[in-house]
Design a protein around this ligand. Structure first.
Ligand SMILES: *[C@@H]1O[C@H](CO)[C@@H](O)[C@H](O)[C@H]1NC(C)=O
Ligand SMILES: *[C@@H]1O[C@H](CO)[C@@H](O)[C@H](O)[C@H]1NC(C)=O
Length: 480
């Protein structure tokens, strides 16, 4: 009976009714369709996912660079998606924490060069002017990204247009997130266009006729002939590609290195070490001054590829304070090396800088640096060194005052500059009838999403450059 029963059921199982077959076929077919749809949606999402590392983005057309455009690795794209990584703020209505600083405490004045904020923003100030939607749209044509900060300075969105070289975009957005961490609830809502490539773009001759204000564009440097608005560059938070640590840390190390060699014991010639192969005629010409007997200068080549391979043993900035004179030569534009050179306390010889970053407006010739002419450069270096060696006390003082300039520029001052700049800029934004809101395609950026995207080395630098909430008010901005 058992066998018969089994046989009967077995027959039924081998030949299921037609309806069951149809149902399973439909089920299987639908599953395939659903999978295909999911896969294509996923594929589509992946191929559209732009990240701060430049995935799926072209390099800026105005400054192309070798860039491996590629879709983000699947896991990273999913795990690091802002919708997952950026939890909404715990309570957006929480009152802004009051600075714990004693109100009676005398408020510190900002360094004098903070006054440049007023000059940088002057084109948009005044009756009938301001930063309009139309001007922002015009600036967009030269921007690599648009950044909006909303929610009382608590949320940040980026709309990514182009990839930036190396990890600049990642570290620049990180710098804004750290400003929000340092001054919770005090960063104004802003909408700004940023270009993270080197050279200024808003030409004064072309945009300075006064009829319309120029397009407002933030970047790392400007010149007297441009309207670009300078903003602290990524290297203050660290530059993983060259192993340069976050600024406070790097400054402390260089100063310690500088203390190891007294002025009197330093080599009485001028020293430069860097990368001459950056399409800079100035640096190429500098190679021709490499003669200590004739020009009192030692010019050394830094090869970053070799350095990376050998573990950065020969590029330690703290071991480069051995000479009484240190040369600063611009590269393709401004150079982040200025602050490291000044940190040594040697007399800095600056070869006619054309570009200005936010703090180099604090430089004063013969006060905290020594000017060197670009024309007749070698002779000019020799004359500066000969003057210094004939007037060692004065030369040492120039070096000290240069070091003082960057000693006063540690991260608290960098954040204060950013806060004042954004606060003044926010006052100029008009046309924002319904309050600021991020554009539809912008993605939120938060610490977790950035840390998730970063590779191990980048992540170490990001962690090391985290800001602490400010213990008091920012310094007082000098009046216009
Ligand atoms: C600005 O534009 C003018 C006119 O197009 C040009 O002659 C000048 O060289 C430009 N200046 C800079 C600094 O690029
Ligand atoms: C400059 O001269 C020194 C000493 O002669 C040499 O070691 C160095 O390689 C030279 N620098 C460059 C960039 O050629």
């Amino acid at each position: 009976m058992a066998a018969e029963g089994a046989g009967g059921r077995g027959r039924a199982m081998r030949y299921p009714p037609l309806s069951a077959l149809v149902v399973s076929a439909i089920a299987a077919f639908s599953a395939v369709i659903v999978l295909a749809v999911v896969h294509s949606a996923y594929d589509d999402a992946m191929s559209r996912t732009r990240t701060l590392l430049g995935h799926n983005l072209e390099p800026t057309p105005w400054h192309p660079f070798p860039h491996d455009k590629g879709r983000p690795p699947a896991r990273a794209a999913l795990r690091c998606a802002p919708s997952i990584a950026c939890l909404p703020p715990l309570s957006s209505s929480s009152s802004s924490p009051q600075p714990q600083g004693n109100k009676k405490k005398k408020q510190k004045q900002c360094p004098a060069y903070f006054a440049a904020i007023h000059r940088d923003l002057a084109p948009w100030r005044g009756q009938g002017r301001g930063v309009t939607r139309a001007l922002l749209d015009e600036a967009r044509r030269r921007a690599s990204m648009r950044v909006t900060i909303t929610g009382g300075g608590r949320r940040l969105h980026v709309d990514l247009y182009y990839a930036c070289v190396q990890s600049r975009a990642l570290f620049t957005v990180w710098s804004l997130l750290q400003l929000m961490r340092r001054y919770p609830g005090r960063v104004p809502d802003v909408d700004l266009m940023f270009d993270c490539m080197d050279r200024p773009a808003i030409n004064r001759t072309e945009h300075g006729d006064g009829a319309l204000p120029p397009p407002p564009l933030f970047r790392y440097c400007t010149t007297r002939d441009h309207f670009d608005i300078p903003f602290p560059d990524w290297s203050f938070w660290g530059w993983p590609e060259t192993n340069i640590e976050p600024w406070n840390h790097e400054f402390k190390n260089i100063r310690a290195g500088a203390r190891a060699t007294r002025w009197a014991d330093r080599v009485p010639t001028a020293y430069w070490k860097g990368n001459p192969d950056v399409a800079s005629p100035l640096r190429e010409a500098l190679l021709g001054c490499n003669d200590t007997a004739l020009w009192r200068a030692e010019i050394m080549r830094q090869n970053w590829d070799d350095e990376a391979r050998s573990g950065y043993q020969h590029s330690r900035l703290s071991a480069q304070c051995t000479h009484r004179y240190k040369i600063y030569a611009e590269g393709f534009a401004w150079s982040v090396s200025l602050k490291y050179i000044l940190s040594c306390g040697s007399m800095a010889l600056l070869i006619e800088p054309r570009y200005q970053d936010f703090f180099s407006r604090g430089l004063e010739p013969r006060v905290n640096y020594w000017p060197v002419a670009a024309l007749g450069m070698c002779e000019s270096i020799r004359d500066a060194v000969d003057w210094g060696n004939a007037n060692p006390d004065e030369a040492e003082r120039v070096g000290r005052r240069g070091q003082r300039l960057v000693q006063d520029l540690r991260m608290h001052a960098v954040y204060d500059y950013m806060l004042h700049l954004l606060t003044e800029y926010a006052r100029l934004l008009i046309d924002q009838d319904h309050g600021l809101s991020p554009p539809p395609h912008a993605q939120e950026a938060c610490e977790a999403s950035l840390l998730c995207l970063a590779d191990d080395k980048q992540r170490r630098f990001l962690h090391a450059s985290k800001a602490d909430p400010a213990p008091g008010d920012p310094c007082v901005l000098p009046p216009p």
